[in-house]
Design a protein around this ligand. Structure first.
Ligand SMILES: Nc1ncnc2c1ncn2[C@@H]1O[C@H](COP(=O)(O)OP(=O)(O)OP(=O)(O)O)[C@@H](O)[C@H]1O
Length: 580
């Protein structure tokens, strides 16, 4: 547990954390000494000469004062370290996130991250403040007390020492049971949280199809699974905790019986027997209290493991000596890629070349690998075989900062910050002037949007850009990419229905950018964009089925021509009302 914690907090916080844990351990040891000092004090008090207790009482009071100071200091230090560890963990997670490749940020991981940065970090930072002190009291105090017991009476000390390993085993088993089933409950709770989110987001679809009630089935199942996992946790953890509680009482009973036996046989004087019983009662108390902590400890360890899984995720390797691209041409050479080692090949030997000053349309059926190809160009992931080159240099050799300066990407799932339109565009260049904004806005078709809004550039876009339409969001995103002034631009044309004006914006921007000499790749869904391209690369099943100028491919009557005809027919369909 402590290793997992030190690993999570990293080298900066490891020193203070170690100091805080060491101080807590010392406090528990001093508590054991205090308990041990009760024996001579009580023995003397119960003897025919109570005055003999005086010197021991002085020692006990001195030790108690020292203990009080140490306990207060430890509490203060633990709170400080807990706060620093919490801040440190957030920073470490933040630093790690900016290093992780964009391909790491799947929907599921983003949900998991949300839970880690809120719940898991706060539960884990409870460890030095609330969880470790009772653990140290349960382990260190009894060990010191048992050593003292052995000093006063070796037979009782031996009996107690024999019980301690048994208690430790039962304590660990109780914690393991709670930890294992708490992990399963956590997973079920995560699933339920995702289903609640899905249920809320799917409301428009469910209602449009009159299936609002059926839509709850997955949610109900997830909530039932969470409830079931919680019941399993209780069913497994409670008996284990009761077992531990029984083991503590058994230890006390053994020592009580042993003391009575020795006293009754005349081997132990009555005052000493009473004093030893008080010592036994004192040190079994923190042992019993630690039972409940064993479950909480294991749960905290589970949270630490979740945090460590994020911190241990491997960023894509950066080159030792980055090589700057020698131009803006893009080349895929025998690119093979799967999203997971056991998953299917999403790209299977893709070759393509795009020159500066040209527009390349990536075309193909849904799932053919167009978006994946664009992601590999921006190095969201590394290829499994082959290479992606920019300006003649493998993207793995360029270095992520330099590559990001060279490639601007506009994906369909545009994310806007809850800030003004101007601030959202300026993400690409915080120093951009209003004239710069106006220039890119004109190219991206954002100028008309800004002109129509009462607050113009200062209009706030709401969370995720919710105050704008899908087409408006895409224009902001295109303007942002244009402001970045990257020599390579990748545009993912919205496949969802946009109005004709919005649709035309992407084509116009793509054509204008190519005319400026940039290398433009468009994941194209509209015939007009495809027709405007210098070359079409038709992907099918992760392979390039055909490539060439659009007119040539249409004339050839191959896969691309078939695809365009089918699309055209589909676009010709009209939805008509059933009403007369
Ligand atoms: N993050 C991911 N993890 C695992 N598989 C993925 C991931 N993203 C895409 N895929 C899979 O890779 C394949 C290619 O997807 P991709 O999005 O590249 O296709 P596409 O041609 O862009 O499709 P569309 O036109 O529908 O956007 C699909 O089978 C898809 O399910």
């Amino acid at each position: 547990m402590i290793r997992a914690f030190l690993h999570a907090v990293g080298p900066d916080q490891a020193g203070p954390l170690r100091a805080s844990l060491a101080l807590t351990t010392l406090v528990s040891a001093v508590q054991g000494v205090l308990f041990a000092l009760l024996v001579p004090v009580l023995t003397a008090l119960l003897s025919p000469d109570p005055q003999a207790a005086r010197p021991w009482l002085g020692v006990l009071l001195g030790a108690a004062a020292g203990y009080a100071v140490l306990r207060a200091t430890s509490l203060f230090v633990n709170f400080r370290v807990g706060g620093a560890v919490s801040r440190g963990l957030h920073h470490r997670i933040g630093d790690q996130l900016v290093r992780l490749p964009l391909g790491w940020f799947t929907r599921a991981r983003v949900g998991e991250l949300n839970r880690i940065t809120t719940d898991a970090v706060s539960r884990a930072t409870n460890l030095p403040v609330h969880l470790y002190p009772p653990l140290a009291d349960a382990v260190v105090t009894p060990v010191v007390a048992v050593a003292a017991l052995a000093l006063w009476d070796w037979r009782l000390g031996l009996a107690a020492a024999a019980c301690l390993p048994l208690l430790w085993v039962v304590f660990r088993r109780a914690g393991d049971a709670a930890g294992r089933y708490d992990g399963a409950r956590d997973a079920a709770a995560d699933e339920a949280a995702d289903r609640v989110l899905e249920f809320a987001q799917a409301q428009p679809v469910l209602r449009a199809f009159g299936r609002a009630e059926q839509g709850t089935a997955r949610l109900d199942a997830a909530l039932a699974a969470e409830h079931g996992a919680f019941r399993t946790l209780l069913a497994r953890a409670v008996p284990a905790l009761l077992g531990y509680s029984f083991a503590v009482r058994f230890t006390f009973a053994v020592l009580l019986a042993g003391t009575v036996y020795l006293a009754a046989g005349g081997d132990l004087a009555a005052p000493r027997a009473v004093a030893l019983l008080v010592l036994v009662a004192r040190f079994t108390h923190p042992l019993a209290a630690a039972g409940e902590q064993s479950a909480a400890l294991r749960m905290a360890v589970n949270q630490l493991q979740r945090i460590n899984a994020v911190l241990d995720a491997r960023p894509l390797p950066e080159p030792a000596t980055p090589v700057p691209p020698r131009g803006a041409d893009v080349e895929f050479d025998g690119v093979v890629f799967s999203y997971s080692p056991e998953g299917p090949r999403v790209l299977d030997g893709v070759d393509l070349r795009a020159e500066p000053g040209t527009l390349t349309a990536l075309v193909g059926p849904s799932g053919s690998g167009k978006t994946t190809a664009a992601r590999l160009l921006a190095r969201f992931h590394d290829v499994d075989a082959g290479s992606v080159r920019v300006g003649g240099v493998d993207v793995r050799e360029i270095g992520s900062d330099e590559l990001s300066r060279h490639v601007a990407v506009v994906f369909q799932d545009v994310y806007l910050f809850d800030a003004s339109i101007a601030e959202n565009v300026r993400v690409a260049d915080p120093d951009a002037t209003r004239a710069d904004l106006d220039r890119v806005a004109a190219l991206a078709g954002l100028d008309t949007v800004v002109a129509e809004l009462p607050e113009g550039w200062d209009t706030r876009v709401g969370e995720g850009g919710a105050a704008l339409s899908g087409g408006q969001r895409q224009r902001v995103s295109i303007a942002r990419a244009l402001l970045k002034d990257a020599p390579i631009v990748v545009l993912d044309e919205a496949s969802a229905a946009l109005d004709a004006e919005n649709e035309a914006v992407v084509t116009a921007a793509a054509v204008a950018l190519a005319a400026e000499g940039r290398t433009v790749l468009v994941i194209a869904h509209r015939p007009a964009t495809v027709a405007a391209a210098d070359q079409v690369v038709f992907l099918d099943g992760g392979k390039v089925a055909e490539a060439g100028p659009p007119g040539e491919l249409l004339a050839r009557g191959g896969r691309h021509a078939d695809f365009v005809r089918t699309r055209e027919r589909a676009r010709g369909w009209r939805l008509t009302s059933a009403a007369p």
